[in-house]
Design a protein around this ligand. Structure first.
Ligand code: FMN
Length: 351
């Protein structure tokens, strides 16, 4: 898939996820292969211009993490010029607009999914972004407040008319929880209405349902969120099976993967930023184990990264597979003493 000169291959995209899609998870995913486009967490357009790219946990990035889409949370077009200038400086490969997030704190700011209620404001924001970049500009939406074909169609046409290059559709209504089956067939409607690449999102967590999603939606690509943190190798599995991508099969070792994630956290983030991110990741990663809630609870109740790591290793040993690259991590984690629990990224809006 090519969008404004950017090759996205395989057409498998990482979903932006606050507290999760930072440099450490992106690096873990790169190690597994198969991701065509990485993403940041959502970044507040108002705060982005003053954020320090070297130290901000939301902006820290290694050269290997590419192509990388930066997701903007914009409530008003007045923030667009400075935010887009910053993204140019950061060499964003692509820019995504968050028009679908239903989180209350995002909606209170007038951003995310409540923008879909105000198409004129969205029109101004998109037009302003379009003027500011030649790079790919995408948007991510939900299906809306209620099932309303006419409103959704008009909204999609407006986005395309203002210059959006690619549209991701999270196939749920605003109020619908993750427990509800996504409406992939509605993505097929969107696909018929517009002639830019349409990416399907929501509930893709295996090769089989990726295949089903593609059949029902006819989408040009897939975006994967939570499953990326549960099984970071899911992209490579789907890429090999559904897109014939030539990605070598690497034997996955869960403790090894986890320790690689911890190493990336230690390498990239200030001590007080690590533990919250490990807790967030572990919540998902623990689902790989039958008794994974034990791992999640142990890490959740840890007071330091070192403590969390020790408990995780005990869990892995009890489950028959200790990680075998311990020394580097232990040395690194010892240096992380003083890490505290108060900076969990949960609920934060980046940056
Ligand atoms: C922890 C978490 C954080 C999220 N943060 C964002 C975000 O920053 N921007 C956004 O557009 N969507 C966000 N989402 C929604 C995801 O991008 C995605 O649309 C949703 O999880 C459905 O995809 P999935 O079923 O593959 O997880 C978030 C979801 C989760 C679980």
């Amino acid at each position: 898939m090519k969008v404004r000169g950017l090759t996205i291959w395989p057409p498998l995209l990482l979903a932006p996820m606050a507290g999760l899609t930072h440099s450490a998870l992106r690096t873990t995913l790169l190690g597994c292969g198969g991701v065509g486009l990485l993403s940041t967490e959502m970044l507040s357009a108002a705060r982005l211009p003053v954020e320090n790219a070297q130290f901000s946990p939301y902006l820290v990035r290694t050269p290997a993490e590419q192509p990388l889409s930066y997701q903007l949370l914009v409530a008003d077009e007045k923030y667009v010029p400075a935010a887009m200038a910053r993204l140019r400086q950061l060499e964003a490969d692509s820019v995504d607009l968050n028009l679908g997030c239903p989180a209350p704190q995002v909606r209170r700011m007038g951003g995310g999914s409540c923008l879909m209620d105000d198409p004129q404001r969205v029109r101004r924001i998109v037009a302003s972004c379009r003027r500011a970049t030649e790079r790919p500009l995408s948007a991510k939406i939900r299906l809306g407040e209620r099932l309303d074909e006419a409103s959704l169609r008009d909204f999609c046409h407006m986005l395309v008319g203002e210059g959006i290059d690619m549209l991701t559709v999270h196939a749920r209504l605003r109020g619908e929880s993750f427990a509800r089956r996504p409406r992939w067939d509605w993505i097929a409607k969107v696909k018929q209405w517009i002639d830019i690449p349409v990416i399907a999102n929501g509930g893709i967590d295996s090769v089989e349902n990726a295949r089903l999603c593609l059949e029902l939606s006819g989408a040009d690509g897939l975006m994967i969120g939570r499953a990326a943190a549960v099984k970071p190798w899911i992209f490579s599995e789907i890429a090999r099976t559904l897109y014939d991508a030539d990605i070598p099969i690497v034997e996955m070792n869960l403790p090894q993967l986890y320790s690689g994630f911890v190493t990336a956290l230690v390498d990239r983030f200030a001590p007080e930023r690590r533990l919250g991110r490990l807790k967030e990741f572990t919540h998902y990663f623990a689902k790989n184990y039958f008794f994974g809630h034990h791992l999640a609870v142990q890490v959740q109740s840890s007071q330091s990264l070192e403590d969390a790591w020790t408990r995780a290793v005990q869990f892995f040993i009890a489950n028959g597979s200790p990680p075998n690259r311990l020394p580097h991590h232990i040395a690194a984690l010892t240096a992380a003493k003083g890490d505290c629990n108060s900076q969990s990224p949960n609920g934060e809006i980046a940056p």
